[in-house]
Design a protein around this ligand. Sequence first.
Ligand code: HEM
Length: 128
Amino acid sequence: SAGGSLYERIGPQALKALVDRFYSLVAADPDLAPIFPSDLGHTADKQLAFLTGFLGGPPLYHQRYGHPRLRARHLPFPITPELAQAWLRCMKAALQQTPEISPDDARELYAALSRVAIHMVNTPAAGS
Ligand code: HEM
């Protein structure tokens, strides 16, 4: 892939477009929607701040909210492997709906987010 961080390659506008599309899909997902607040604006702002730093841009989440401690922050929500897959399905669809992000960058971003999503699993698979 081209030089620079993933954040530099994707750019702030495309990243914001991706996050907005992602939370539209989350709001429409029957498994994910019930665990999220009904107004996703604040959640989307936090996610955009987090991803900005995570992808190599300015550390906005750290500056505004402190250390992300992502796994701990997700412990109040029972995240099964199925729920992590639902999250990743929404992210894959959002990437497909964001042509401003090149296929190579989309693949790299998705691979990085897959690792984080699997790390968030804190509840066994339903029925196991
Ligand atoms: C917050 C669910 C994966 C980053 C949240 C919230 C929920 C949630 C319910 C609280 C929303 C709110 O109160 O505003 C999930 C589920 C996941 C998942 C079901 C499936 C694996 C991820 C991943 C990332 C991430 C992979 C990072 C790439 C965040 C951030 C917040 C958040 C930054 C805001 C934390 C804060 O309150 O400051 N997530 N999440 N999540 N999630 Fe996730």
